[in-house]
Design a protein around this ligand. Structure first.
Ligand code: SF4
Length: 255
């Protein structure tokens, strides 16, 4: 497993995790690791296609997208093929969701989003919030965001394997809340977490102003790390101490 140094790099520096800068900012250089042609669950209330972007600077212990982590892995689809597909789906799909991996790791993302938006699609983003400065520049292009807040800031490193990774994630949360963009916050529970631990995260999110919150189960059988502990509490019990009334929408997502 990648272990970073103890340096505290500035936000958005390439050394915040693995260095994954692509060569150009053209949409054509977007590295795509997968495509879901139709989904009703990845963008609330809309029919969407999902483009899975290659590369992520973090290595979360429970990640089940191992094939998308390497930015240099073979691309599954060229951008021109993606645009061709989307052009054929105009009038049939409402939205395009950029997921990953971590989409904002690629400099080509704004150009790709602009092209998809130019075809008339709403734009969704699934992100870990690893690059808040890039996220800020994307805001005019976004209609909906699903942001992972993995833990309280001080607990991030143990999950992601990257020192200081909580700071950019919580900064991204602040940016998105200020922007007013439709937003869902998701937390994937670590198998050894307890109800008070989960409640502390949820209440910090409620204090920050989060309205739409989802708690997700952890799929330990497809996790990046094989040595995750056994699950201590079922998801419903883990959520038992959350003051769910502080959210306009609260849901549990089992695996
Ligand atoms: S869970 Fe998300 S942020 Fe973590 S390593 Fe996997 S793709 Fe990256």
């Amino acid at each position: 497993m990648h272990r970073p140094s103890n340096r505290q790099p500035p936000l958005d520096a390439p050394e915040m995790g693995r260095k994954i800068e692509p060569a150009t900012k053209d949409a054509a250089s977007l590295r795509i690791g997968g495509l879901t042609r139709l989904t009703t669950i990845d963008y609330p209330g809309e029919l969407a296609a999902v483009l899975f972007c290659q590369g992520c600077p973090w290595r979360c212990r429970y990640c089940h997208n191992r094939d998308l982590l390497d930015p240099d892995a073979d691309t599954m689809m060229h951008w021109r093929e993606a645009i061709q597909f989307l052009t054929q789906r105009r009038g049939l799909l409402d939205a395009v969701v950029f997921s990953g991996g971590e989409p904002t790791a690629q400099q080509a993302l704004p150009a790709a989003m602009s092209e998809a938006r130019g075809l008339g699609f709403k734009i969704g983003l699934h992100t870990s919030g690893a690059y808040p400065k890039r996220l800020r520049r994307l805001l005019p292009l976004l209609d909906w965001v699903g942001l992972d807040i993995k833990a309280l800031s001080e607990d991030y490193d143990r999950i992601t394997g990257v020192d200081g990774s909580g700071k950019p994630a919580w900064k991204s949360l602040s940016l998105l809340l200020e922007s007013g963009i439709a937003l869902e916050i998701r937390t994937t529970v670590m198998p050894d977490w307890t109800p008070p631990k989960v409640a502390a995260i949820a209440h910090a999110l409620a204090d920050a102003g989060v309205k739409d919150y989802t708690l997700q189960g952890c799929d330990i059988h497809h996790a990046l790390h094989r040595n995750l502990p056994e699950i201590r509490f079922p998801l419903r019990k883990l959520a038992g101490q959350i003051e769910t009334g502080r959210f306009a929408s609260f849901s549990l997502r089992e695996v």
